[in-house]
Design a protein around this ligand. Structure first.
Ligand code: ZN
Length: 318
């Protein structure tokens, strides 16, 4: 086994962390020092019957594998995260389109299968909480963490606390930027996600050119090479993101907007023109600092681990 990478988690209870995505499942065993041991990624199994049984079986098997590989570490709880409309309080997935789950009492099922306390929340909320506790959003009182990948969503921290509205807040990808725009998987039209998610940038470029780019960053590279279609797709994405951020600035006046997910890896090609556009849209508003997330792809796992540790602390305090 290679040595585990340093983690910002720090000392605490050993826990399992699972980040369940539409494409793959990432997991790790977090030891008492906060190191992520045995980090691995497997393709997500599809539950054809709208239950989460296939994934719950995978989670059980992965937990057994991690326990086998690290017999000296005894996890006391598990932190799980997934996409979808999730009721944190009930531990319930109301609907997760990418996973084909409907009304799954995921937290209870995981608790029963793994025989330990389980925390369960939305993936972007967990990643946002990790950035707020340990990463780029740390130190701010009012801050929005936007994750731009296949989809687009955000976590809100207002007055130093997460604002979730029972799991309904943060659907920034489905705020409408053009009512006559492209149809969205949610049933609406012109959602931010249809022009500004990494997935949408690739898809739009593909549909306009008949060629398949290797992701949104390949489209951005083509902008730099002078491709007019790439420039149009990228300009639309930046304009839509800037519009949405200017509305966040007007409504919530955050001190900072933290941007993570695959698209943030474009670096200055994203952040420089975005800051410029947002500043040009604002007048009296407080201009938010627009900064890249710090925790990268592990933000979800770190958030899941933080939640599992918080759950143990809450159980101990009861
Ligand atoms: Zn939508």
């Amino acid at each position: 086994m290679p040595p585990s990478p340093p983690s910002p988690l720090g000392p605490g209870a050993p826990v399992f962390a699972f980040d369940i995505g539409g494409t793959d499942i990432k997991c790790a065993l977090v030891d008492g020092d906060g190191c992520l041991l045995g980090v691995r990624r497997v393709a997500t199994a599809t539950s054809h019957d709208a239950s989460a049984d296939a994934v719950l079986n995978q989670v059980t098997q992965l937990a057994a594998d991690l326990t086998h590989d690290f017999p000296d570490v005894t996890p006391l709880a598990v932190g799980l995260i997934s996409p979808g409309i999730i009721d944190d309080e009930m531990g319930l997935v109301r609907r997760a389109v990418n996973l084909n789950w409907t009304m799954v009492p995921f937290r209870r099922r995981a608790t029963e299968l793994l025989h330990m306390p389980a925390s369960f929340t939305h993936d972007a909320r967990a990643a946002g909480a990790a950035e707020f506790a340990l990463g780029a959003a740390r130190g701010f009182t009012d801050v929005v963490v936007i994750v731009i990948g296949t989809g687009l969503s955000c976590s809100l921290f207002l007055g130093g606390r997460p604002h979730t509205a029972g799991g309904l807040a943060g659907e920034l990808g489905h705020s409408i930027v053009d009512p006559t725009g492209l149809p969205c998987a949610c049933g609406s039209r012109g959602c931010l996600e249809t022009v500004a998610s990494a997935g949408a940038i690739s898809r739009r470029y593909a549909s306009l050119t008949g060629t398949s780019p290797a992701g949104a960053r390949a489209v951005i590279a083509r902008v730099e090479a002078g491709d007019a279609v790439a420039l149009r797709v990228w300009t639309d994405a930046l304009d839509a993101l800037a519009l949405t951020i200017s509305q966040l600035a007007a409504v919530l006046a955050p001190e900072a907007i933290v941007i993570g997910g695959g698209l943030a890896q474009a670096g200055p090609a994203l952040f420089d023109p975005l800051r410029e556009r947002v500043n040009s849209l604002l007048s009296f508003h407080r201009p938010p600092a627009i900064v890249p997330a710090l925790l990268g792809e592990s933000a979800g796992l770190l958030g899941a681990a933080l939640n599992a540790r918080s759950l143990l602390k809450a159980l101990a305090d009861d």
